[in-house]
Structure formats: C-alpha cells, structure tokens
Design a protein around this ligand. Structure first.
Ligand SMILES: [Mn+2]
Length: 353
C-alpha cells in the first residue's frame, strides 16, 4: 500500500509495548516524542538515538514525531518567543538527524484537546472520550479549580487566569500574527532538512472558555497554508477533531488538501456528533459515528496519498484500562479497518486506470 501506517507510542512507560505494536498487520512506523524534557528545551540527542534504536530493533521506523510542543510564550508572542523559536528550530534539526520526516504540532492556546469525560460508557460496555456542551458551560476556569481531563494540571489557578487573560488581550488576530511569525521562521529550517511540519487542528474546532482557536475550518486552513506556500508547511489532518463541527465537510476537505499535496499526516478516527455541538468519540467504522470513512480514504487514494496515517484515539474495550484514547485494542481494530479501506480504495483506483 502507498500510505504509511503508523501508531502512537508514549515511550518506555507506555503499557502498549513496541512488541505489540509491531504485531499489528501492516504497521510501518512509530509516532513518538522525547518526553523527558519540558516544552521549550532542546531534546537530548541520546533520547532521539534511543527512540530510533528501540523502534528499529522491532523492525519499525521512527520517522514521525508527535509532538514538538509550542511553548505558550511563542503563541503569545512574549519576550522569550524569539529564543524559544530558535530552540524549536534546533529540535527540528535534531529530529531530522535521527531520521524524522514529519513533525506534528498544534497552536492551541493553553489547553490541548478538551473533553468533559474521559470514560463515557456506551451501551455495549465500552468507554470513550466525550465532550458535553452543557457541562462545559457550567465551568469557569478563572473562578474555580476546573479539573477537566486532559489538561495540564501543573498550572495554578492564578497562572491559568493570567494565561487566559493574556490570550484575551492578543485576541484571534494576535494569535494569527504569532503563528505567522513562527511559521516564517521554522518552515525554511524544516524544508532545508527534509522535514514536513504538520499542524494539528484545534480540538474541538471552536473556542473553549473564550480562548481563540484558529485551525478550525477550511477558510482558516487556507489562510494558514498560504503563510508559507511549501509542502514543508502542511497539515496533520485529524478527521475526528475537524469532524466535531458539522459545517466541516471532511471528505471534501481531505480531497482538496490531498490534491494540493498539503497533507503530511492523517489522524483517522470517527466521532458521533450531537445537535448542540457535544460529541463522543466512537469506533472507527463509518456506521458507528458521523463520518464516512470510506469517502475519506477514497479521497486520499484518488490523489495517490503516500503520507503517514494513524488510527487516532480508540475506545476502552475488552477490559483494557488504557491511557485515555490510547489503548491497544481499539486502535489496533482501527488500524485493521483502515488497512482494509486503503487496500480496497487503492486497488479500485489502479483498476480504473
Ligand atoms: Mn488527532
């Protein structure tokens, strides 16, 4: 198959071992990162060498990094931004030196992905990550200790309030300006060392607690890609993140950006949307959620997509008590399903030639 199947691995502490990952049919690459340093620090070369060695011992490649996190100071454009952007560039160079071809990152203020429930039970006895608008509306992180799952608990309430206010001061256009400056510095570095930067969309793709969110829809993705018109400035197209907003036509967007050669990495998962913007992550199969997975894969195959693909989050099934979204079983089922879709779609495209 043309697409490169990969699987996220959280390193030596991940209960899902490389041995197990290597047994998933068609598995090619490991998606990982250096987790022993804080955002804004240079990644030790020994850590990168160890990661590569561990993957290669199991017959897997280590060529995708997720993520090199972008420090808040860069997103806010504060006084440390230039120095931290130089550190970021050095991390790109170091990753490239150890064989990395694709680096994922995001530009979401303060919080990465946001959910209100990490283990919402379904009628079949499985559990998945979910987001409920009503529950979210009841919370105010500036007034109380919100403990939403998935958030960086290392911020104190005062620090959190200050950060949220700082983003309020720069606003959406300020965040865009800081993304522009960041991309104009890092993309030429990535291009020079053969790395494609893949921005992950905001998850969910709408403002949470009034924080600006900019990688949310086709208009904004067009704007982001135009800042530096280069394949090194590409997308990590996450169907489940963008698919939380019913106005995003996911197969059409995949078709457009695959045709333009601007997708470096696909996160493929399904999500079941509700009318008020709430959602739950579902099994990968089309009939389990709101997204048509065949149409997504077909759009890729029609454009000869040969980039990276991974099953994204999975449910907790078969008694596994996984790191939220990152158990073995349901992601492996997702990988098997994606293998089937890609084999069928790629062969259909070849037969039609
Ligand atoms: Mn994703």
């Amino acid at each position: 198959m043309k697409m490169k199947l990969c699987f996220r691995w959280y390193g030596e502490d991940d209960p899902v071992t490389l041995d197990r990952i290597a047994q998933i049919p068609g598995m090619r690459s490991v998606v990982s990162a250096v987790y022993d340093v804080k955002p804004g620090q240079v990644w030790p070369e020994e850590s990168l060498a160890r990661l590569r060695e561990a993957c290669e011992q199991k017959g897997l490649c280590f060529d995708v990094v997720e993520s090199v996190p972008v420090p808040e100071a860069i997103k806010l454009g504060s006084k440390d931004a230039d120095r931290l952007t130089e550190v970021y560039c050095e991390n790109i160079r170091r990753c490239a030196r150890y064989g990395v071809k694709c680096i994922t990152y995001n530009f979401m203020p303060v919080f990465d992905w946001t959910r209100t429930d990490l283990a919402k039970p379904a009628s079949d006895g499985s559990f998945s990550l979910a987001f409920n608008q009503e529950e979210l509306a009841r919370m105010d992180p500036k007034r109380e200790d919100v403990a939403l799952p998935g958030w960086d608990a290392s911020y104190s309430r005062a620090e959190l309030r200050e950060l949220i206010e700082a983003y309020g001061r720069i606003g959406t256009e300020g965040l865009w300006a800081n993304l522009e400056g960041f991309l104009k510095t890092i993309i030429p570095v990535a291009q020079a060392c053969g790395v494609r930067m893949a921005i992950h969309p905001d998850d969910p793709p709408y403002p949470v607690f009034g924080l600006p969110r900019i990688i949310t829809n086709e208009t904004n993705i067009d704007r982001m890609l135009a800042i530096v018109d280069s394949p090194a400035n590409s997308l990590c197209f996450c169907t489940g993140s963008l698919g939380c907003d019913a106005r995003n036509d996911i197969p059409a967007m995949v078709r457009k950006y695959a045709a333009a050669g601007r997708i470096a990495f696909m996160h493929i998962r399904n999500v079941r949307r509700e009318a008020d913007g709430s959602f739950a992550e579902s099994a990968h199969l089309s009939s389990c959620g709101s997204l048509d997975m065949y149409e997504i894969v077909r759009a890729l195959a029609d454009n000869g997509y040969d980039g990276y693909v991974r099953p994204d989050h999975g449910r907790a099934i078969w008694g596994e008590q996984p790191r939220p979204g990152y158990g073995l079983y349901d992601r492996a089922l997702g990988a098997a399903y994606l293998n089937g879709l890609f084999e069928a779609c790629e062969k259909e495209v070849n037969h039609a030639k």
